[in-house]
Design a protein around this ligand. Structure first.
Ligand code: AMO
Length: 438
């Protein structure tokens, strides 16, 4: 068995062209397939960028090279040094004829999962053997789109003057209602995994950073197993000072729209490979109030009483009517967490919004309460004890500007960007009610 030695990859598979006739290349990757006839072997080598055919004719290569080619098996890791030979009859107008083949590592057989996609596997088997599943070009395409999504989101935030921050994920208290917390033991104290950076991003506003964002994990002890919930998700969070709910929605619109454009422009190959119907949204998304949303649901025979959160059936009815991307604004105050600012004229409604894609909630946000007394009042009226909020509350006593923000679920955003029905498809190693490994 050879080590890499002094060999270094010269090209990815997609960089080799007929114009390179006569040039020497070193290619590295996995054996996608191998076909050995009597005096001829064909190896399809797969790397990150695609596949390339290596032709091994017995008369034109050394005895040793031909013998190595015959020993090769599916998914072995190999390195090939060879010559590019232009040939009009070959699939891409050239073939690579090796001068030496090194088997860098053998793959055991049988494979627990077939990365060449010839044998279909169910999602549980695929997730159990994710390292192999991820070798499949379509799955790789998804995660390249995910990388582009994160890059694009960051770019928009930076263009808009936001500062990227990181806040703790080991926390002492709940933020989003308290029912969905994962308790952990933290030395002699009880602690929790953070449900949201909510309290920290608000404290950043008291520190004068004006506009911050964070991309990080949130942990939710959701008992139910659905196609759109995870127990560990990635949240794109932001908070902005001297801003209201409308400003926050404008930034969200920009972040989402720009991501669609960047993926459309930079990930054409991946979109094609996935065979998805990728449409750019309008630059401005429709905005309807909660009241209007309830009217839509009721008109379709889904009963919703004013003040209730929207049921799944209601979300479906509203989504059917509204289409792709739209905001629902002016929510009943009692459906929202304590930090949400109520309307001055009608405290029954608040300055909160959701961004929806059809029936799926992508993001929630709001203008926040920035006055200390009002915040204490809200906490009490929701049956909680202000003393549990420690330094968070203190931050509101010494100069807290008006502010607003939102959280956008990155994994859900991926679902709509890549037309996936199951959120697990969009996560490398998903965590759900049943799954804690790999
Ligand atoms: P919320 O709880 O609505 O709001 O979460 C914001 C967004 O995060 C995503 N999300 C999830 N994605 C997958 N699985 C889950 N279990 C899950 N839970 C949430 C959704 C959701 O819209 N602090 C507020 C945000 C804010 O007001 O700034 C919050 O956490 O896409």
């Amino acid at each position: 068995m050879f080590l890499l030695g002094d060999w270094r990859r010269t090209n990815y598979s997609n960089e080799v062209k007929p114009e390179m006739d006569g040039e020497e290349v070193i290619l590295m990757g996995w054996v996608h397939s191998i076909r050995a006839l009597g005096k001829l072997a064909f190896i399809i080598l797969r790397d990150r960028e695609g596949t390339i055919q290596i032709v091994v004719p017995k008369q034109k290569v050394s005895e040793e090279t031909f013998a190595t080619a015959k020993k090769i098996g599916k998914e072995d890791v190999i390195a090939v040094k060879g010559k590019v030979v232009a040939n009009e009859k070959a699939p891409n107008g050239f073939e690579v004829i090796p001068t030496e083949i090194r088997i860098l590592n053998k793959a055991e057989t049988p494979l627990p999962l077939d990365p060449s996609e010839k044998v279909p596997a169910d999602i549980d088997t695929r997730l159990d053997k994710r390292f192999l599943d991820l070798r499949r070009p379509k799955i790789q395409a998804l995660f390249r789109i995910r990388s582009e999504m994160l890059k694009s989101v960051r770019n928009t935030f930076y263009e808009e003057g936001f500062i990227e921050v990181n806040t703790p994920k080991l926390v002492a208290s709940a933020t989003e209602g308290g029912t969905e917390l994962f308790p952990i033991s933290y030395f002699e104290k009880e602690a929790f995994l953070g449900q949201s950076p909510q309290l920290y991003k608000q404290m950043m506003m008291a520190s004068g950073f004006d506009k911050v964002f964070e991309i990080g994990p949130i942990f939710r002890a959701e008992e139910h197993n659905t196609r759109r919930h995870l127990n560990e998700a990635i949240s794109i969070d932001t908070e902005m000072s001297f801003s209201d709910d409308r400003d926050a929605m404008d930034v969200l619109e920009k972040v989402v729209y720009n991501t669609f454009v960047d993926i459309y422009e930079n990930r054409e190959k991946e979109i094609e490979l996935l065979g998805i119907d990728f449409k750019l949204p309008e630059k401005k998304f429709d905005r309807i109030t909660y009241d209007e949303a309830v009217d839509i649901a009721n008109s379709k025979g889904v009963e919703i009483e004013w003040g209730e959160d929207l049921s799944r059936a209601a979300e479906k009815a509203i989504g059917d009517e509204m289409g792709d991307l739209y905001f629902i604004t002016d929510w009943p105050s009692k459906t929202r967490p304590f930090y949400t600012l109520h309307d001055e004229k009608n405290p029954e409604i608040c300055k909160a919004f959701d961004l929806m894609y059809k029936e799926l909630e992508l993001s929630s946000g709001a203008q926040r309460v920035h006055k200390y007394d009002l915040l204490v009042e809200n906490i009490k009226s929701m049956g909680m004890n202000p003393e549990g909020f420690g330094t968070y509350l203190e931050a509101f006593k010494y100069g807290m500007p008006p502010h607003a923000g939102w959280g956008l679920g990155a994994d859900r955003f991926m679902m709509i960007l890549t037309c996936q029905e199951n959120i697990r498809e969009c996560v490398l190693f998903p965590r759900d009610r049943q799954r804690l490994t790999p």
